[in-house]
Design a protein around this ligand. Structure first.
Ligand SMILES: Nc1ncnc2c1ncn2[C@@H]1O[C@H](COP(=O)(O)OP(=O)(O)O)[C@@H](O)[C@H]1O
Ligand SMILES: [Mg+2]
Length: 379
C-alpha cells in the first residue's frame, strides 16, 4: 500500500477538510490491522500533521457502523474533557477530521474506507513495557476510558465484530476444526488439543448475566495507548475500531495477556513463557486505581479469572486456525499458529500456577485504591 499511497493522498487531500497542501508523508506505527500514514500539510500560515488511516474491511465488515461508533465515543470523551471531568484530567482523545461532504470518512475506488485524525504530537506508542510505570499508566488510561464511556447516551453501540468474545462459540469452532481437520494437522497436535480440552470449562467460566454491559475497547494492547514522549505519561487511548458493548473483564484480561508476558506472543520455547507478575501488579494497580469505586463486586471478583479466560480464548483461536490451514491469522512460517497456540497455553498454565499470587496482587491493588470500604476479592 505505501507505494500506492501517493495517488491516494491527492484524493484524500481533496476530499478531507485539510488546510494546505501535503508536503511529506510516511507510514506510521506498528499496527497490524489498518494502513496508517502521517502526512504533513503546509500553507502560508504554517504546517500541521494529519493521520490518514484505511480501515481494514476484511476485519471490519461494516466500516460505516465502525465510524458511527467512533464518532459518538469521541464526541462523548471530548465533552467530558470540556466539562473538566476529573476522570479525563491529563488525557486527550482522538479528533476526527471531517470530509468536505460532512461525513467522517471517504470512500476511494468504491471500497477503500479512509478516515482522518489530527496527529497527536509529542507522543509515542510502545510494544512492550520497558518499565512498570508505563504498564500502570496504560492500564489507568483504559480504566478511565471505560469509565468515561459508562454514561454514553443511547442507542446501543454497533457490535463492530459480532460475537467477538463469545468464548463458548470459539470453543465450538475449535471442536469443529478438530473434526474437520482440513489441513490434516490434528494427529500431530494431540498435546495442544488435549490441553484445550482439559481447560474447556474456561469457555463458560464468565457468567455474562451477572455482569453489567459496558462500553469496552476490546483491543487493549500497550501499543494502543499513546505515551507522552517527555514524561512517559499515558495521554490518549487510540485504535477504536473494536469499541463496542461488552464486559470490562475482557479488556482487563487481554491487557494482562498481551502485556504481562515474559516473552513474545510467538515464543517457540514454550517453557520460557511466563506471566510477568511485576507487570501484572502494575496493570492491576493502574486499572483498579481508577476503577475500583466504579466496578461492581462481580466485575472485581472476575478480574483474575478473566486473564485465564482470554488467554485460553486466544490460544484456541490460534489452534483452530492452525488446524484449518491458517486462513485468519497471518503467518510467517508453517508452524506459526501452532507455536502461538502453545505459547498462549503455556502462559495460561503459568497463570493457573500463579493464581494465589495474582489474587493477592489484585487484593492489594484493591486495598490501595481510593475506596477502602470495598469488599475484598472473592474468587
Ligand atoms: N492520531 C494519531 N497520532 C499519532 N500517532 C497515531 C495516531 N493514530 C495512530 N497513530 C500511530 O499509528 C499506529 C497504528 O494505529 P492504530 O490505530 O493503532 O492501527 P492498528 O489497528 O493498525 O493497530 C499506532 O500504534 C500509533 O503509533
Ligand atoms: Mg493499534
Amino acid at each position: 500500500m505505501s507505494g500506492a499511497f501517493d495517488s491516494r493522498l491527492r484524493m484524500l487531500a481533496r476530499q478531507f477538510a485539510t488546510h494546505g497542501e501535503p508536503v511529506d508523508w510516511s507510514p506510521l506505527g506498528s499496527g497490524h490491522i489498518n494502513d496508517t500514514f502521517v502526512v504533513t500539510y503546509a500553507d502560508s500560515g504554517g504546517s500541521s500533521k494529519l493521520v490518514h488511516q484505511r480501515i481494514n474491511t476484511d476485519v471490519f465488515g461494516d466500516p460505516v457502523a465502525v465510524m458511527d461508533n467512533i464518532a459518538r465515543v469521541l464526541d462523548h470523551l471530548a465533552a467530558k474533557r470540556r466539562a473538566d471531568d476529573p476522570i479525563a484530567a491529563g488525557m486527550t482523545s482522538l479528533e476526527l477530521v471531517p470530509a468536505i461532504d460532512g461525513r467522517n470518512f471517504v470512500v476511494l475506488d468504491g471500497d477503500e474506507y479512509w478516515r482522518t485524525y489530527a496527529h497527536i504530537d509529542g507522543a509515542e506508542t510502545i510494544d512492550t513495557a520497558a518499565t512498570a510505570s508505563q504498564a500502570r499508566g496504560a492500564a489507568a488510561a483504559y480504566g478511565r476510558f471505560q469509565r468515561m464511556l459508562a454514561d454514553l447516551p443511547g442507542p446501543r453501540l454497533h457490535e463492530s465484530i459480532p460475537g467477538f468474545h463469545d468464548t463458548e462459540r470459539r470453543y465450538a469452532d475449535l471442536c469443529a476444526a478438530i473434526d474437520e481437520d482440513r489441513a490434516g494437522r490434528a494427529a500431530a497436535c494431540r498435546a495442544e488439543i488435549a490441553l484445550a480440552g482439559s481447560r474447556s470449562q474456561l469457555a463458560t467460566a464468565i457468567e455474562r448475566s451477572a455482569l453489567p454491559e459496558r462500553i469496552t475497547h476490546n483491543d487493549t494492547k500497550l501499543n494502543n495507548v499513546m505515551l507522552d514522549v517527555a514524561t512517559g505519561e499515558a495521554v490518549c487511548v487510540i485504535d477504536l475500531d473494536t469499541v463496542m458493548p461488552g464486559t470490562v473483564l475482557y479488556d482487563f484480561g487481554d491487557m494482562v495477556r498481551s502485556a504481562a508476558i515474559t516473552t513474545a506472543e510467538d515464543e517457540p520455547d514454550a517453557d520460557a513463557v511466563r506471566i510477568d507478575l511485576d507487570i501484572f501488579e502494575a496493570l492491576a494497580h493502574g486499572y483498579l486505581g481508577v476503577t475500583a469505586d466504579w466496578l461492581t463486586e462481580a466485575e472485581i471478583a472476575g478480574l483474575g479469572l478473566s486473564c485465564e479466560v482470554i488467554t485460553y480464548e486466544i490460544g484456541i483461536r490460534f489452534l483452530s486456525d492452525y488446524l484449518g490451514g491458517d486462513r485468519y491469522f497471518k503467518t510467517a512460517y508453517p508452524e506459526h499458529n501452532r507455536v502461538r497456540a502453545r505459547a498462549q497455553f503455556a502462559l495460561l498454565e503459568d497463570m493457573q500456577r500463579s493464581r494465589d499470587r495474582m489474587t493477592a496482587i489484585l487484593d492489594r491493588a484493591l486495598g490501595q485504591a481510593p475506596d477502602p470500604g470495598r469488599q475484598r476479592l472473592a474468587r
